[in-house]
Design a protein around this ligand. Structure first.
Ligand SMILES: [Zn+2]
Length: 166
């Protein structure tokens, strides 16, 4: 999945959560969703975030390979445990959710993700998949964009939050 689809899908699902739960869709929460939605690709120097990582991506790829450790449940669990238990805020909540949505989105791609790394290197994927940069991904991008706008206009933003956003 390309970076803009990751960003829009994270924002859309995050806004959906804000619509149906007491979570507020604030700038901090949205920023967390975007960063978390890009962070797992820190293992690929050519990714959007990898090109801005000042060489970190090269080291991570060398150590674990692309779609290795950073795309596992263990990595997500570790980040979630550290951030949410020790520094809970709407930003860290957004980041942990965005990270999970990234893994979920790649799980639905034809390459799959090594969910159980390091216990198994097997890449798991959903029964229905899409190819990165395919026409289907473009369709998914616009669907998530529409969904995001729908949630924003239908309850994701509470009255007091709208002061921060607009
Ligand atoms: Zn990825």
């Amino acid at each position: 999945m390309r970076y803009h689809t990751h960003i829009v899908s994270s924002l859309a699902i995050g806004a959906g959560i804000a619509t149906y739960t007491p979570v507020s869709f604030t700038i901090a929460y949205a920023t967390g969703l975007v960063i978390g939605g890009l962070l797992p690709d820190i293992d690929e120097p050519n990714s959007y975030i990898g090109r801005r990582s000042l060489g970190v991506a090269k080291q991570v790829k060398k150590a674990f390979g692309h779609r290795g450790f950073t795309h596992s449940l263990l990595a997500w669990g570790a980040i979630t445990a550290v951030l949410l238990l020790q520094h809970f805020s709407s930003f860290t909540l957004g980041l942990c959710l965005g990270y999970a949505f990234h893994i979920l989105a790649d799980y639905c791609s034809s390459q799959g993700v090594p969910l159980l790394w390091p216990f198994s290197k097997r890449r798991y994927r959903f029964i229905v998949t899409y190819r990165t940069s395919s026409f289907l991904e473009t369709v998914l991008f616009y669907c998530f964009l529409a969904l995001f706008i729908y949630f924003l206009m239908n309850g994701a933003i509470e009255e007091q939050d709208s002061l921060f956003l607009f």
